[in-house]
Ligand binder design. Sequence first.
Ligand code: SF4
Ligand code: SF4
Ligand code: FES
Length: 256
Amino acid sequence: MSIELKLNGDKPNLPADTKMIEVFIMGKRYYVPATLTIQKAIEWAGFQFLRGCGCRGGICGACPTIYRTKDDYKLKIGLACQTVVEDGMYLIQLPFVPAQKSIYHIEDERPTIAAIEKHYPETFRCVQCNTCTKACPMDIEVMQYIAEIIKGDYKKAAELSSSCIMCGMCAARCPAELQQFNVAMFVRRMYGRHVLPKAEHLQKRVREINEDKYDKFLDELAEIPNEELVNRYKEREWQPETFEDPNWQPKETKYL
Ligand code: SF4
Ligand code: SF4
Ligand code: FES
């Protein structure tokens, strides 16, 4: 987060009945509208995010914030884009949660307990306190996927952790100093590479890309004026969100 501050009076007009509350950002007092998320309140106060902010929708995991609320001794952690400010809140922004990531070659590893011992040995220190599960903004059963990893069940661990957004809030709270999100990423990669069958349609597409099938389409797109590109983007056909028809095809099939 940069420390570029706007003048406090330089604000959009607010309805007269807007409730303002007091928050402390990096130790300094600000008055912000009570309905804002932490992220918007920090911007309201005049800060501009250069790091620690991405999707603004609870998906990218870039915005963990540590805070205390008034008269509460507990140190809390939450996503700044999803947590609404409270009167008397103390806020500290984390640009990221520090965690080591093991370096390995995916072809040289196998989905075994020994691989976990080698790359993330601290995983076995879990004391099953469930703090990680309580901290997770995605409601993931973090303690449970760690238990599956310790048992060597890569399938269950991969499935349980598949919605992880890598925010690191579980690791920030873990008394045993695990790096849950990194070990879970390792497990999903191993499971995807060595256990799941290869997706035929993906292999076909990779082959076509390597055979330069799409080069001429990309060259065409590069020549199109910006405005038309924007229109094409807006008018593009969407794949149905719930994939009920496995044989669904777009109307325009020349790119397939
Ligand atoms: S917070 Fe750490 S020690 Fe506690 S259950 Fe989660 S992984 Fe295990
Ligand atoms: S498992 Fe950990 S890193 Fe993943 S979303 Fe939950 S708290 Fe964030
Ligand atoms: S900005 Fe992406 S989760 Fe908050």
